[in-house]
Design a protein around this ligand. Structure first.
Ligand code: PGA
Length: 252
């Protein structure tokens, strides 16, 4: 059975003090929850990752990095390698977030390199994809999503896919307060699952977790998560508040 996952992407937010308080509150509120098959992940800034990994060791909260470089080491000023992340026991990385695609020009080709490097180093990857508003308005959203997935992920083996979590994040819904309707999310998730079944097989498709991201809040989480092919969420803004994030975890 595929896992349910609620992941919090803290992005470039929080001071050291705020991060410490957030993780402390989150540990308290997540403790004792009947999580069953649900994984809870937080992705703080690199600056706090080691501390937060230590603070959450032995708790149900896992940590992920928000990005990594595809090179193992070297003269890449300002970058962080997979080796560095592994050395502080971080084993999950978010790749392909629309903010990386838009502001740092990460193309499908760059993302494919990152994916291969991360898999080579035994990372689990939360791979994000999603269309911009113009794509949806011109009815190109399925084509855009298909090409993002095919270009970065369809040369992988079935074994590689055991370490892939997908996150559908329509760009027009990220940080805008506008959410895709549960039906729009379900429609895209089912489309993506079908793509995987066609390229690989039904078993792999059924075992791949597909998260939804884009303005998920305590008020709308339950309805989105109730959809058959929505296996959880990648949460931005609402993950910065322990009560909100916990409410979203509870909604699954
Ligand atoms: P949001 O961000 O929840 O603030 O819309 C989601 C994301 O970018 O992962």
């Amino acid at each position: 059975m595929r896992s349910k996952i609620v992941a919090g992407n803290w992005k470039m937010n929080n001071s050291a003090k705020e991060s410490k308080a957030l993780i402390k509150n989150l540990k308290k509120s997540v403790k004792g929850l009947p999580l069953n098959n649900t994984r809870v992940i937080v992705a703080p800034s690199f600056v706090y990752l080691q501390k937060i990994a230590k603070k959450t060791a032995g708790t149900p909260i896992e940590v992920a990095a928000q990005n990594m470089n595809d090179a193992p080491k070297g003269a890449y000023t300002g970058e962080v390698s997979g080796e560095m992340l592994k050395s502080i026991h971080v084993n999950t990385v978010i790749l392909g977030h629309s903010e990386r695609r838009e502001y740092y020009y990460e193309t499908d080709t760059i993302l494919k390199k990152k994916v291969l490097s991360a898999l080579d180093q035994n990372f689990e990857i939360i791979f994000c994809f999603g269309e911009v508003l113009e794509d949806r308005k011109s009815n190109k959203h399925f084509d855009v999503v298909k090409s993002q997935i095919v270009n970065a992920l369809f040369d992988l083996t079935s074994d590689d896919w055991e370490n892939i979590i997908l996150a559908y994040e329509p760009v027009w819904a990220i940080g805008t307060g506008e959410t895709a309707s549960p039906e729009q999310a379900q429609e895209m998730h089912a489309f993506v699952r079908d793509l995987i079944a066609t390229k690989y097989d039904q078993h792999l498709a059924e075992h791949t977790s597909i998260l939804y991201g884009g303005s998920v809040k305590p008020a709308n989480a339950e309805e989105i998560f109730s959809k058959e092919d929505v296996d959880g969420g990648l949460i931005g803004g609402a993950s910065l508040n322990a009560d909100d994030f916990t409410a979203i975890v509870k909604a699954i």
